[in-house]
Design a binder for this molecule. Structure first.
Ligand code: SF4
Length: 224
């Protein structure tokens, strides 16, 4: 196979960039109307730079189990700025210790996570197993930063829950190696197993008053 760049690949890439920009900017505009502090970035590097600018030494920073945040290397970057990481997945923690870290995360300085889906109307949709992520997204931390690729943008609320049932949740439980039917069939089967991770469903339709809440949309496909 030739190593020359396929002109169709270049064209498809340009079209995807245009589509991401168009939907991303429209979503940012809608998020701002809903009083979120929203911004659009072309790349994960620009986004990571903007976030690290918001971090100072000694700040307590927590992450809501986000693959997108990991793809941006945010934990390493904020640690390098001198932040204190509240990590409920640190090795060796007992269940009780993990629970205590999750409680502390609710009152941290900065909580960083992604969103399972974001609608073109500027609304966030999330499911959670323990509820710690959606709780922190609703009230408590001094600052919340949501990072999401344009692949998380959907047409409306119905499409958001559909995305969660057919993409976000099944891939997440496959990642976690749970014995849930979605991890076998690739779509939600509305299971009732103890390992079910879809227990709390939250739609954040406007920024909660008095919260410092940022949503950064990135023109890349990130997380799931
Ligand atoms: S309800 Fe069960 S089957 Fe459906 S996505 Fe959640 S864990 Fe998977």
């Amino acid at each position: 196979m030739s190593s020359e760049i396929n002109p169709t690949d270049t064209f498809v890439n340009e079209m995807n960039i245009w589509h991401g920009q168009t939907l991303g900017l429209k979503t940012v505009e809608a998020l701002r109307k809903n009083r979120f502090d929203a911004a659009f970035f072309e790349t994960r590097v620009e986004t990571a730079n903007a976030i690290t600018e918001m971090i100072s030494a000694g700040m307590k920073v927590a992450f809501g189990g986000s693959q997108t945040a990991k793809q941006l290397n945010l934990q390493q970057l904020v640690t390098a700025k001198g932040a204190i990481i509240l990590d409920h997945n640190a090795p060796g923690l007992s269940d009780e210790q993990k629970m205590e870290v999750m409680r502390q995360q609710q009152i941290c300085d900065v909580f960083i996570c992604s969103s399972n889906a974001i609608s073109l109307q500027g609304e966030l949709f999330n499911i959670d197993g323990y509820g710690n992520r959606v709780a922190a997204m609703s009230f408590g931390p001094r600052k919340v930063i949501v990072v999401a690729g344009t692949n998380k943008i959907v047409a409306d609320e119905e499409a958001a829950w559909q995305r969660i049932r057919t993409i976000a949740a099944p891939i997440n439980f496959k990642r976690l190696n749970r014995p849930n039917p979605c991890a076998k069939y690739g779509v939600c089967m509305n299971c009732n197993l103890p390992s079910r991770g879809c227990n709390v469903y939250v739609a954040t339709k406007r920024k909660p008053p008095m919260m410092d809440f940022h949503v950064f949309i990135i023109n890349e496909s990130l997380g799931f």
